[in-house]
Design a protein around this ligand. Structure first.
Ligand code: 8YV
Length: 323
């Protein structure tokens, strides 16, 4: 049994695979889709770290795979229906990255509120001169309303932090209400429109899907408060970047914090990077040593289960077992 790993992952995952008697090959370079299809022909499993686009064409070319294990919680880059149709179980890494990713959402929220990145750049650009009582003022978060779009594991961790640190009121919009969150946080389920109109901070934690693609667009931003902060640590495809920039330019909303962009990487000359109340990070939500280790363990466990013909511990397409 063997597995092809598309990028170097923490050693703890590789060790687990080897201990299970699986031969591991780690790619020594990034491969495009066609090259990867050719490469995996000699392998029973694929562990995909990074955004390999596993569309129907790719999956058809790899239909022999016993498992496709993603080194991520998001699976928007995989055509799940095609994988199910072709009998390929797909695993992801939910849960283990919720704290780290919500830390980044929290960090961005505070950094935007206090124009932290812009003020840091002022030092680098020799623009820190003398004390100015009314220059570059931020906004405070105490007692404000946090709106969560997609209250799953990561959204819940963000809501808990905002409650504990700033006594924020939590409202959320989901496909369906989350009773647990309502009990634990007093979170209130609201319609999408109400989420837009009532949030002081709107933090996005939903999957990217045809229903959520570009959901934060000109119409959505136009309904938000003029002092609202928009945070996205989920996927760049959930917001329309041109509409976001226009909303910031015209002071329709106050600021934005992004850990995800569309496309990635963001170009260094992107005008958003120069805006005072915008903070952008290069998709580092899960990038802590502890979290990446746990992601590697879970991704490896999914490979091992798949190769043994067992149900993957964290399966994205359980329907595959009903075929
Ligand atoms: C990963 C992520 O780092 O889990 C996700 O969905 O976006 C990040 O945690 C990224 O997907 C690289 O694999």
């Amino acid at each position: 049994m063997n597995v092809f790993v598309t990028k170097q992952i923490p050693e703890i995952g590789i060790k687990l695979l080897k201990e299970a008697g699986i031969a591991v090959t780690v790619a020594d370079q990034s491969l495009n889709q066609e090259a990867l299809i050719r490469e995996v022909q000699g392998y029973d499993a694929l562990l995909s770290a990074g955004f390999v686009k596993a569309d129907a064409h790719f999956l058809e070319g790899c239909r022999h795979l016993k498992v496709l294990s993603l080194f991520s919680v998001g699976y928007d880059n995989v055509d799940i229906d095609a994988a199910t149709r072709l009998g390929i179980p797909v695993g992801n890494t939910p849960g283990v990255l919720s704290r780290a990713t919500s830390d980044i959402a929290f960090l961005l929220m505070l950094a935007v509120a206090r124009k932290a990145f812009y003020n840091y750049r002022k030092i680098l650009d020799s623009k820190w001169k003398e004390f100015e009582p009314i220059a570059d003022l931020g906004i405070e978060l105490y007692g404000k309303t946090l709106g969560v779009f997609g209250l799953g594991k990561i959204g819940l961790e963000m809501a808990k932090k905002c409650r504990a640190a700033f006594d924020m009121k939590v409202i959320y919009h989901n496909r369906r209400p989350q009773e647990e969150a309502e009990k634990e946080l007093g979170a209130q389920y609201v319609s999408f429109d109400e989420l837009l109109t009532r949030s002081d901070v709107l933090s996005v934690h939903a999957n990217l899907s045809p229903e959520t693609k570009n959901i934060f667009n000109k119409t959505a931003f136009s309904k938000m408060k003029p002092n609202a902060v928009f945070i996205n640590t989920a996927r760049g495809g959930l917001h329309n970047e041109a509409d976001l920039k226009e909303a910031l330019d015209h002071k329709i909303i106050w600021g934005a914090g992004l850990d995800v962009t569309n496309p990635e990487p963001m170009a260094p000359d992107n005008p958003l990077l120069k805006m005072p109340s915008v903070c952008v990070l290069p998709h580092i939500g899960s990038a802590t040593a502890e979290t990446r280790d746990q992601m590697a363990v879970l991704a490896a466990k999914n490979v091992i289960a798949g190769l043994n013909g067992d149900r993957l511990p964290t399966i994205v397409n359980p329907e595959v077992y009903q075929r």
